[in-house]
Design a protein around this ligand. Structure first.
Ligand code: SF4
Length: 172
């Protein structure tokens, strides 16, 4: 469990509005769905888009694991954090039932796939002469990933975990 929770030295918003939670979740969902479309034509066996299937399964598995290893030890466990995931975690897992070290490693999910998928899509798009609609999806994908930074900074600035969270954008 994080120190700030143990010692009750949390300086931050107790709960976030539903509109904020919906907006931020929509942003992440849109990014993950666009990634699934970008990966679709890159590797197909028969009519099965192999990379898209792997991506969707990875998102589902990693997101559930993050709820256990990150959110179950978070100050916002059973509360409405900026993503509402503290509540989801409390429905699935016991408090503090995860391993924060595994949680830290799992957060690579937010760092590695965006540039990797962008570069892979760009390369395959050029080599295979994908249609203009593919390029529009790629532009949206890169644009939405860029939007995550200001949104995160705003959320982290008023989050009770801002000084201890490994992913904090405003850590001192
Ligand atoms: S603030 Fe982050 S780690 Fe804490 S419950 Fe919300 S999503 Fe999980």
């Amino acid at each position: 469990m994080y120190e700030c929770y143990q010692e009750k030295i949390c300086d931050g918003k107790e709960t976030f509005p539903i509109s904020w939670i919906i907006l931020e979740n929509t942003l992440y969902l849109a990014i993950w769905i666009l990634a699934a479309f970008l990966l679709w034509p890159i590797w197909e066996i028969g009519r099965i888009p192999v990379l898209t299937v792997i991506w969707v399964l990875s998102v589902l598995i990693i997101q559930v694991l993050l709820k256990k290893h990150n959110c179950s030890g978070c100050y916002y466990f059973d509360k409405l954090c900026h993503l509402g995931w503290g509540k989801i975690s409390s429905l699935l897992f016991k408090q503090d039932s995860g391993d924060p070290e595994i949680g830290k490693k799992l957060t690579l999910f937010y760092i590695v796939p965006p540039p990797a998928i962008s570069i892979l899509s760009l390369t395959c798009g050029i080599l295979n002469h994908y249609s203009w609609s593919y390029w529009i999806i790629l532009i949206f994908y890169v644009g939405l990933n860029a939007d995550v930074f200001p949104v995160r900074k705003k959320g982290c600035g008023i989050c009770a975990m801002k000084n201890v969270c490994p992913g904090s954008a405003v850590k001192k």
